[in-house]
Design a protein around this ligand. Structure first.
Ligand code: F0G
Length: 456
């Protein structure tokens, strides 16, 4: 195996503990077979999410000490604004408490009831805010993104024909904007190519359709372009990030991902009129436009994290960790989504547990089995996450029934990832004994967080 060593050394540690198998079996049953309901202390290796779970650098911690907690006009806001302008190139910045705060604002501002919002697949909170504003989401990602076996290197690409057909059928005036994610979380952390984005820009300009960029993992996407898209090898990740942003009209950012903070986000815009509107609206829902729900110190940490996120050594090691785990699983014949993405490894639960029908939540059942086996916490990305069709009330039946093993940034070592691989291989050996689930409690919004199950 080829190793890349960590481009940092460790100066603070947090002990973790592995419980016994019988303790874990008792705890996950008490949690209603939903790992979101476990206490973090009951988990050995926590791969639930890469969101807000990263380790900050010594510089970011130093930045916390420089917090200016003035209600208005904090110096940290201006540092954040400068970082967004320098590294992403957007002109205006409105801080929000996290990504979904920005999604809420932009959805309210640009979506009128009945409008369409095309996207390269969806993320749960993004689509929910679009729907709450009266919008209708339309998936315009390439078909390959829905096929876990396809090895297309840029499964985040937009299908230009699907997008153009939608524009022509509904009229550009009925399209709120194109919601464009770098990388696509629900497809397995898959990047969009720069070539595709350039064509998308051309098409949307022709029709006067805005692109709003969900840039949570833009540095990881840029790294994949540098590594795998011909013609970009000589560029820095920082330069590619800026190129991507320049092809869009504004962005929603969850700073909890690439920007390496535990909390925070922003809405970025180039249009002054929209900025004025957002600046006013943010006061209603998040806070004054120079803090938007964030502490001054947290804005400082995010400004520093943005700069660190595009350092070549950092981003190369970050993606290496994910591939280190993914390649081990592939070599062992475990069904995973191909190619391996950038923020996590996605198990193909439909292929892992073919004896469990989709209505019995195979991916959720697999998250339970992985916790029982190795104390590993992962997350369902299948029928449970997909939610229900607003009109029919029935489940959405997504083609992908996945379990995500998200790797937090700068937190675990390669040895930890070896432990994860071993637990998955052991689970795979015993897969025939894994039972399906029946949902016994279903909350109204984003049910995967709080739903409860029993085994069938
Ligand atoms: N967009 C994408 C692509 C995301 O992955 C997330 C969050 C958001 C928007 C919302 O940002 O959490 O800061 O409000 N994803 C997390 C995850 C929760 O686990 O994938 P947020």
């Amino acid at each position: 195996k080829s190793h890349r060593a960590e481009p940092y050394k460790i100066k603070m540690v947090e002990p973790i503990k592995k419980l016994t198998r019988s303790e874990r079996e008792r705890l996950i049953a008490a949690a209603g077979y939903n790992a979101f309901q476990l206490k973090a202390e009951e988990v050995y290796i926590d791969l639930l999410t890469d969101s807000g779970t990263g380790a900050m650098s010594d510089r970011q911690w130093a930045g916390l000490m420089m917090g200016d907690e003035s209600y208005s006009g904090s110096r940290n806001f201006y540092n954040l604004e400068a970082a967004v302008q320098q590294y992403y190139g957007y002109r205006f910045v409105v801080p929000t408490h996290q990504g979904r705060g920005a999604e809420h604002l932009i959805s309210r501002m640009l979506i009128r009831p009945g409008m369409y919002v095309p996207g390269n697949m969806y993320f749960a909170s993004t689509r929910l805010h679009q729907e709450l504003a009266g919008g209708i989401f339309k998936d315009v990602i390439v078909d390959e993104a829905h096929d876990p076996y396809s090895t297309h290197p840029f499964k985040g690409d937009v299908d230009l024909l699907k997008l153009e057909k939608l524009i022509l059928e509904t009229g550009a005036g009925n399209i709120a904007y194109l919601s464009l994610a770098t990388t696509v979380n629900m497809a397995g952390g898959q990047p969009i190519s720069l070539g595709n984005l350039q064509q998308v820009r051309q098409l949307t300009l022709q029709h006067g359709v805005r692109i709003i960029h969900d840039m949570a993992r833009v540095a990881e996407n840029a790294y994949m372009i540098q590594q795998h898209e011909p013609g970009h090898q000589h560029k820095t990740v920082a330069a590619i990030v800026k190129e991507i942003c320049a092809l869009t009209d504004g962005a929603v950012m969850s700073g909890k991902k690439d920007a390496l903070v535990n909390i925070g986000g922003f809405l970025a815009l180039n249009d002054q009129g929209l900025y004025e509107e957002a600046k006013n609206l943010v006061i209603v829902y998040e806070g004054m436009h120079t803090y938007g729900g964030m502490a001054g110190r947290d804005m400082e940490a995010m400004a520093i994290g943005i700069a660190e996120s595009v350092e070549e050594e950092h981003i190369a090691y970050r993606v290496h960790q994910v591939h280190y785990l993914g390649d081990q699983l592939k070599d062992a014949g475990i069904p995973v989504v191909n190619p391996i993405g950038t923020h996590g490894v996605y198990l193909n639960a439909a292929a892992f547990l073919p004896h469990i029908p989709q209505v019995q939540f195979p991916a959720q059942a697999l998250t339970v089995a992985l916790y029982q086996e190795g104390g590993i916490r992962s997350v369902e990305r299948g029928i449970l996450s997909a939610g229900r069709n607003k009109e029919t009330g029935d489940h959405h039946y997504p083609k992908l029934e996945l379990v995500r093993l998200a790797i937090p940034r700068r937190v675990y070592t390669l040895a930890h990832l070896d432990m994860v691989a071993e637990a998955i291989m052991a689970t795979f050996k015993n897969k025939d004994n894994i039972r399906g689930l029946e949902m016994v409690f279903e909350p109204k919004y984003m049910r995967f967080f709080q739903a409860r199950f029993q085994q069938v």
